[in-house]
Design a protein around this ligand. Structure first.
Ligand SMILES: Cc1ncc(COP(=O)(O)O)c(C=O)c1O
Length: 393
């Protein structure tokens, strides 16, 4: 089956956080913005997922849901096929989303006052999860060098050696800078953390969205030592556009860590699945690959559109070319380095709802994050609006 990712589908009547005018008003104080912000896609899910959900919906009874063998086989089969990673069914813990999971993990593995290391600019709910659970934010900023982001291992080592710092939140692939960390980088990070008893939470929610020439490596798959010291956060939500089904899985081989996290999930009574999420995950992981291959092709072309447009018509804005994810990180320093002034131009003049770089940490000042998982026509409309706002064309 060939999918049409060019189709523009009206989402305004679907309670969409990205598109609903009242949501935009809440978030940006304006209703009439073109939204390319929060990380979901303006594409329909794979047809087998739509069919499975339709069948489940027409059944008409939406009672409590049990995760059967089919669910576990779908997860373990996906990890093996797509990431060459052998995992046991018992390592898989359901959570109703990765952000809740990160909070459960901090509650399970840290004490208030512990230091938690993050690598900004990074997905901002990491900051809130750390603060809301009474822990200290410990920054190990990425190094921005010649249009490329790298990890600062010397700084990481110093921070990992401090016994007050007990956990690291890794974003792999990295939102917002789009790096797909390679095996060598992950091995270096894994060694530093494991040697210093810093547990790694590896948020791999974007791991299926990787462009040709790059390869995602699950950190826990590198060695038994890493697996023993790592919690992997996975989900079909970004991959197949199922974020509203709130279905994700932690993969934890260490039985002691698993026991602690299970206890926290049970304390909140949040281990029960959603009846649609269960069916959606099984269909996506079992039958979604042809759709995903076409999606990756389409996203790659959108990156080319973005790159070409900026080079030709708005060269003051530099694209940090993503190796993975459907989020592009734009360096706008040479056009406007003040983050609030930049926000004003994007929202008031271009009428675009983007994620402002500064929400990802101080290192994001002067940057914008644009979600390019939309039909090409919408992306072009956004780029033209940006050009007009900055050049008055
Ligand atoms: C790195 C990362 N983790 C987690 C999430 C959200 O996960 P969930 O919707 O499952 O809570 C996102 C969404 O953008 C993300 O980029």
């Amino acid at each position: 089956m060939t999918y049409n990712f060019d189709a523009v589908i009206d989402r305004t009547e679907t309670h969409s956080m990205k598109w609903d005018p009242t949501s935009l008003k809440e978030q940006f104080n304006a209703e009439d913005l073109l939204p390319l912000w929060v990380a979901d896609m303006d594409f329909k899910a794979p047809q087998p997922v739509i069919d499975a959900l339709t069948q489940r919906a027409t059944h008409g009874i939406y009672g409590y849901t049990h995760r059967t063998e089919a669910y576990h086989q779908a997860v373990t089969g996906w990890m093996k096929r797509r990431h060459d990673w052998d995992i046991s069914q018992e390592w898989v813990l359901f959570t109703p989303g990765i952000v809740p999971a990160i909070n459960f993990l901090i509650q399970s593995l840290c004490r208030p006052g512990d230091g938690i290391i993050v690598q900004p600019p990074v997905y901002y709910p990491f900051f809130t999860a750390i603060k809301n659970n009474g822990c200290h934010l410990v920054l190990n900023p990425l190094v921005y060098d010649k249009n490329q982001y790298l990890m600062n291992f010397n700084d990481l080592k110093r921070k990992a050696e401090d016994p007050r710092n007990t956990l690291l939140l890794l974003c792999s692939p990295h939102n917002p800078v789009g790096r797909v960390w390679n095996r060598e980088e992950l091995t270096e990070l894994g060694k530093i953390c494991t040697e210093n008893n810093v547990t790694i939470v590896s948020d791999e929610i974007h791991s299926d969205l990787v462009f040709e020439g790059f390869k995602h490596t699950p950190l826990a798959s590198i060695s038994n030592d890493f697996s023993n010291n790592c919690i992997s956060c996975t989900a079909p939500s970004k991959t197949f556009n199922l974020a509203g089904l709130q279905t994700s899985n932690l993969i934890i081989s260490n039985p002691e860590i698993r026991r602690k996290v299970t206890r926290t999930i049970e304390q909140h009574h949040l281990g029960l699945s959603n009846c649609f999420g269960t069916v959606g995950l099984i269909a996506a992981y079992t039958h979604g690959e042809p759709w995903l291959e076409q999606l990756l092709d389409y996203l790659k072309k959108n990156v080319e559109t973005l790159e070409h447009f900026l080079k030709e018509r708005l060269p003051e804005i530099k694209l940090i070319k993503p190796e993975g994810t459907y989020l592009a990180w734009l360096d706008c320093h040479s056009i406007e380095s003040d983050p609030i002034a930049l926000e004003r131009v994007m929202q008031k003049k271009a009428q675009l709802a983007l994620d402002e770089g500064y929400i990802f940490g101080e290192e994001g000042h002067g940057f914008e994050r644009i979600n390019f998982a939309c039909p090409k026509s919408i992306l072009e409309k956004a780029l033209k609006a940006m050009e007009k706002a900055f050049h008055g064309k």
